[in-house]
Structures are given as structure tokens and as C-alpha cells.
Design a protein around this ligand. Sequence first.
Ligand code: HEC
Length: 206
Amino acid sequence: MKALITVIIITSFSLSFTSGSTAQTQVQSNTLDANSRSEGELNSQSINSLEMQANEKIKQFSGQLKTVLVGAIQAEGFASAVKVCKEQAPEIAKSVSKDGWTLARTSLKTRNAANKPDAWEQEKLQDFDKKFKEGVSPNQLSAIDVNENRFRYMKAIPTGQVCLACHGSNVEPSLKATTDKNYPNDKAIGYTLEDIRGAFTLRKSL
Ligand code: HEC
């Protein structure tokens, strides 16, 4: 039984965390969406290259977080994994943030208020939600904003099965208590499968 649960956890993590890597072609076509980008001076070849670098950073972050999170859930259960999220997610984001890049996660309903969106991020998150409700797959939702000084990129994060344990509507009471203790202003619950949980948000100085 334990082995079966482990398999389910790993499978659903793979599904929810690997979307960034398979979405490259979708992202390419999405960049043609005039609503999601404003290009300024850069030519489209440089933008494509920056977009690929951003997706590479997302892959690195997701891969590393998945490894530590699955390890923690398997070893000690979801409640201990809350600590992993709290400590490791920002650490991993910091370690991926190099070569002029910064990577973070944001959401319209944050668990950690430090992840709150700025004006551009808020607008794009609302736009992602709107398109999602119109039937667009979360894996196809990304946005770019470029000026001569910096490149910004956002990519929607869908809610996978395993995320529901900590972000769903039926969070197990002791897990909810652990979360509330660590995050008294938690707003990141009540999600259902496939909902947009938030977005990766990246920035590079040019
Ligand atoms: C073990 C519980 C747990 C699981 C499972 C979990 N998360 Fe979280 N999540 C957290 C915690 C704790 C934070 C706050 C991290 C911090 O302090 O930066 C968080 C933060 C986030 C954030 C940053 C925005 C915010 O709300 O502060 C996103 C986005 C996110 N999670 C998405 C996901 C997705 C997608 C999954 C499934 C693939 C997932 N989480 C699975 C506990 C969990």
C-alpha cells in the first residue's frame, strides 16, 4: 500500500512539475499572442532565446523542488513537507537566480505574503485565469514584457493532484494546523485539480 501511494505521489508530481519542459512549442506559439507581450527594442530572435533560458530556469527549479518535496513526503509525510516548502522553495529559487536572472513564484492567493504579485504580475495572473475559464490549457499560458533594461517572463502553474493535499479544499486537519501556524495569513487553499495555482515569474536585466 505504501509503495502504491509512493507511485501515485511521484506520478502526479511528475505530471504537475514537468509541464514546463514539454510546453516549449506551445509557449513559442503563445508568444504570438499580442495581448501577452510588449516587445520594445529587442528583436524576436533575442526574445525567443531569453524565453528559452527562462523555461530552462523553471525546469531547474521545478526539478529540484520536486526532488526535495517528494523525498520529504515519502520520508515523513505532508506535514514535514510544509517545512521543506517554507525553507527549500526560496533557497532553490535563490540558487537558480544567477546569470542576471531572478526566479520566484507568485499567485493571486498567496500562502507566503512575500510572494504577492506586483502590478504587472497581478494583471497577467488575472489574464491567465480569464483565459483558463475560456478553455485555454494552463500549460499554454505565459506572458512577456520587455524594455531596453529588462526582460520579464511569467508562466502559469497548474494545480496537480498532489498539490491538493496542501492547497485543496479538504486539507487534513493536522496539516492545516501546521500550515496555519507557519502562515497565519494563508490564502492558498480551496484549489481544485487543474486550477491555476499561480505562476513562475522571472526577470533578467539586459
Ligand atoms: C506539503 C505541502 C505542499 C504541497 C504538497 C505543495 N505546496 Fe505549494 N506551498 C506550500 C507552502 C508551505 C508554500 C509557501 C512557501 C514559501 O514560504 O515561499 C507554498 C507556496 C506555493 C506557491 C508560491 C505562492 C504562494 O502561495 O506563496 C506556489 C505557486 C505553489 N505553492 C504551488 C504548488 C503546486 C503547483 C503544488 C503541486 C505541484 C504545490 N504547491 C504543492 C506547501 C505545499
